[in-house]
Design a protein around this ligand. Structure first.
Ligand SMILES: [Zn+2]
Length: 304
C-alpha cells in the first residue's frame, strides 16, 4: 500500500483549518477553502527536498526552508484548479529525520491535502520509524516491501511507481535493494499498457556525479526490460535539470523546495501535465525573476 495522505473531506478540512487558525502560526494565511474548484486529472505537482526542521525558523545555506514550503503551498492553493495528485519526493526532514521534524512538515503541507491526495516518499535525510510515528492516523502500516514504502498509483495517462531509496539516514547514497527491485519488476510486468513514470529520491549514479543509487545498473536494466517506462523523476542533487537516459527514458531532476547547494540555481517545484504520448513539465521557481522560472519542456515518450 502507498503511503498517501488522502484528500481531506470538506468537513475534515474545515475542522482542521479552524484548529490551525487557533493554534498554529505555521500555516500559511491563505488557508482558503479550495472546494468548488475543478480538478485537472492530467496535472501533477512535484515537490522535493523540503528539508523541514522542527523549528520553522531554521535556516540553512541562506534559505528558510519552512518559508519556502509555505510559499509553494500558497502558490498551489491559489491555482484555479486542483491537481490530480501531489508528490513530495523525499528529504522531508531537515537532516536526520528527527521525530520533531515531521509534525512541522505535516502542518506546512496540510493545506495541500484539501486539494488532492499527497504521496510522500523518503530520502536519505528521513528516518522511517519517526516518519511513520508522526502520521499515526494517516499511515497504513501495510507496506508492499518490508521496511520500504514502495507504492504504485494509477492515473488516466500513466501509472506512477513511487520508490523508497532510503538506505541509511544522513548518509548520502541510497539503494533500492533486491526485494524492492523485484517488486518493481513484478508491478511493471502487471501493467504493460499505460506509460510508467518512476519516482525515486536518489539520482542514477553516474561517474563523478552526486552519490546516488547504489543499484543504478539493476534499475537501468528494468528501463530496458519494460519499454512502458517513460520517465524517471528524482531529487537529491538539489539541481533542476532535464535530460534523457541512453535508453530513451526522460530524466527529470526536481529542484529542491528547501535550499540549493549552488548559489544561482533555482529552488521551487515542478508542474507535470501528461499527454497521451508525453508530458509538459514546467519549473515554478520560488524566485519569479529566476531566468529558468516558468520554463516549459515538452517531452515525447519513447516508442514501445
Ligand atoms: Zn535533499
Amino acid at each position: 500500500m502507498p503511503f498517501t495522505l488522502p484528500k481531506l473531506s470538506r468537513r475534515d478540512f474545515l475542522k482542521r483549518a479552524a484548529l490551525a487558525g487557533a493554534t498554529l502560526t505555521l500555516v500559511p494565511p491563505s488557508y482558503a477553502s479550495p472546494f468548488g474548484k475543478s480538478r485537472d486529472k492530467h496535472t501533477f505537482v512535484l515537490y522535493s527536498d523540503t528539508h523541514i526542521a522542527a523549528d520553522a525558523s531554521a535556516k540553512f545555506l541562506n534559505a528558510r526552508m519552512a518559508d519556502n514550503l509555505a510559499a509553494v503551498v500558497r502558490e498551489l492553493s491559489a491555482w484555479p484548479v486542483c491537481p490530480a495528485a501531489v508528490i513530495v519526493n523525499g528529504d522531508l526532514a531537515f537532516k536526520s529525520g528527527l521525530p520533531e521534524d515531521y509534525p512541522t512538515f505535516g502542518k506546512l503541507i496540510e493545506p495541500v491535502r484539501a486539494l488532492a491526495p499527497v504521496h510522500l516518499s523518503l530520502g536519505n535525510h528521513d528516518e522511517r520509524e519517526n516518519f511513520w510515528q508522526a502520521f499515526p492516523f494517516d499511515a497504513t502500516r501495510l507496506k508492499s516491501v518490508p521496511q520500504r514504502q514502495s507504492s504504485v498509483f494509477a492515473s488516466d495517462r500513466a501509472n506512477w511507481f513511487l520508490l523508497d531509496s532510503l538506505e541509511l539516514t544522513d548518509h548520502t547514497p541510497g539503494d533500492l535493494g533486491a526485494a524492492e527491485l523485484d517488486w518493481l519488476h513484478r508491478e511493471l510486468a502487471a501493467r504493460p499498457d499505460l506509460p510508467a513514470i518512476i519516482v525515486c529520491h536518489h539520482n542514477l549514479q553516474v561517474p563523478g556525479g552526486t552519490p546516488g543509487l547504489k543499484d543504478t545498473a539493476a534499475l537501468e536494466d528494468l528501463f530496458v526490460r519494460h519499454r512502458q517506462v517513460k520517465a524517471f523523476i528524482f531529487g537529491h542533487t538539489h539541481d533542476w535539470r532535464v535530460s534523457t537516459h541512453v535508453s530513451g527514458v526522460h530524466l527529470i531532476n526536481l529542484p529542491p523546495t528547501g535550499y540549493v547547494f549552488q548559489a544561482g540555481r533555482p529552488s521551487g517545484w515542478v508542474r507535470c501535465t501528461l499527454a497521451r504520448d508525453g508530458a509538459e513539465i514546467e519549473l515554478r521557481s520560488l524566485d519569479p525573476k529566476h531566468p529558468e522560472h516558468a520554463q516549459v519542456k515538452k517531452l515525447s515518450w519513447r516508442t514501445a
